[in-house]
Design a protein around this ligand. Structure first.
Ligand code: XIL
Length: 300
């Protein structure tokens, strides 16, 4: 096939991109979006600071724009993200009472998931909860510090009730290398959830890579997570300087793992990227396909 989405579909996978509501008026951008991609992740519009800027007051305008457009163009949606320490409004970060924070977290998950019920194939229920470095434990955040490590389990249970049809994912960065302590920490959590019947369906590996691309253990990491009984998804792929080899290695690892169900790149053109200085994407600022694009298309 001649596009990323149609080629990925031949093996039952989706090929997605992050989308920004503010760019939907750009015809070059939407032209590529509709031609190439079968899944859409809102880049910022479903984050807590946008969806619930003050307690109980929800703002779905920007996310609605993206979801409505994707739905009418036949694109599937990833939900990103419900519980995250970043892009979190100050009113949540200053809660010190556990009962209050539990109610607030559960209400946020339930209200946002209900809004888009039936229209999201996979939700990043919790994003980036694990610490960098060698601890293999959760990072400090208002959620961990006030609710304890059990906030993750609570979030996933609440999410399952809110939209039983959505796949519930844990999403993080720097969990691509099997030998990293952070990867091992996430692996133990997923194994524990599966053993105790806590609902989890997928692990999202962000895959924000340096110029060398994925670590040599990347495919091993994908297949080891999959062996726990979850899907894996590459959720935010971008690679400094976008070498075709680095992109090929990333996509091949997913293609070699049956339960790797889809790949999302974190933006369309280099000029759309949060790392625009590194030219990490598949299209240049004019919307022209880069050599990395051809490498991905032939590897899918
Ligand atoms: C980034 C967005 O791309 C930027 O526009 C925003 O300023 C900051 O967040 N991990 C994630 C994404 O899960 O939500 C982040 O997106 C990139 C890192």
């Amino acid at each position: 096939a001649s596009t990323l989405g149609t080629q990925a579909a031949q093996s039952g996978r989706y090929f997605g991109t992050a989308v920004s509501a503010g760019r939907l008026g750009d015809g070059t951008y939407t032209g590529i979006l509709d031609r190439e991609f079968t899944s859409v992740t809102p880049e910022n519009e479903m984050k807590w600071d946008t969806t619930e800027p003050s307690r109980g007051s929800f703002n779905f305008g920007p996310a609605d724009q993206i979801v409505n457009r994707a739905t009418s163009h036949g694109q599937r949606m990833r939900g990103h993200t419900l519980v995250w320490h970043s892009q979190l409004p100050g009113w949540v970060g200053s809660i010190r009472d556990a009962n209050t924070l539990r109610v607030v977290m559960n209400n946020h998950i339930t209200t946002v998931m209900n809004r888009y019920k039936g229209r999201i194939h996979s939700w990043d229920v919790v994003n980036e909860a694990f610490a960098d470095g060698t601890s293999g434990r959760l990072r400090s955040s208002v959620f961990r510090d006030v609710l304890g490590d059990g906030f993750l389990e609570q979030a996933f249970r609440t999410a399952r009730t809110a939209d039983p049809a959505a796949k519930l994912c844990y999403n993080d960065y720097s969990i691509e290398d099997w030998n990293a302590a952070k990867t091992q920490g996430v692996y133990r959590m997923v194994r524990d959830f599966k053993a105790r019947g806590v609902p989890i369906d997928c692990v999202g590996l962000q895959a924000h890579f340096g110029a060398g691309g994925p670590p040599s253990t990347f495919q091993t990491t994908l297949s080891n997570f999959a062996a726990l009984g979850v899907d894996v998804q590459i959720t935010e792929l971008d690679i400094a300087q976008a070498s075709p080899t680095a992109y090929t290695n990333t996509v091949r690892a997913c293609m070699n793992v049956t339960r790797c169900t889809g790949i999302t790149v974190w933006g369309i053109r280099d000029s759309d990227s949060w790392r625009s200085g590194e030219n990490p994407l598949l299209f240049d600022r004019n919307g022209t396909k880069k050599s990395a694009y051809n490498a991905v298309l032939t590897t899918l």
